[in-house]
Design a protein around this ligand. Structure first.
Ligand SMILES: [Cu+2]
Length: 124
């Protein structure tokens, strides 16, 4: 095996690792902090994805998710929590609060309007 072949193999492995990370990696997991008002609040930045993209909350306690959309890319102009019947427009460069009380435990995916950007709400 010469150097050129080795470089190709290493580059291919790196690309495969990136694809796996992109689709399956949990980039950032955050447990909601409870405010004085008894609300579980998390700030989420929307920019080519959701950050954090895994949010852990407790069942039966009101949740406030502050989505700050830091872009104009049309992909992220809506966020949908299908399991909770929530669909909300996110104006660019503004914070949109989504408030509800999770009444069931489990892992619930939230997405953009096209089902491309994904995050996960874990209710314990
Ligand atoms: Cu999208």
């Amino acid at each position: 095996m010469d150097n050129a072949e080795l470089i190709v193999i290493v580059a291919a492995l790196a690309m495969i690792a990136m694809v796996i990370w992109y689709f399956f990696g949990e980039r950032e997991k955050v447990a909601a902090a409870v405010t004085d008002a008894g609300v579980q609040e998390v700030k989420i930045t929307v920019k080519g994805g959701y950050s954090p993209d895994v949010i852990v909350v407790r069942r039966g306690v009101p949740v406030k998710l502050d989505f700050f959309r830091d872009e104009t890319a049309s992909c992220s102009d809506q966020v949908i929590f299908g399991d909770f019947g929530i669909a909300r427009d996110l104006p660019p460069y503004k914070t949109t609060a989504i408030e509800f009380t999770p009444d069931k435990t489990g892992e619930f995916t939230f997405t953009c309007g096209m089902n491309m950007l994904r995050g996960k709400l874990v209710v314990t």
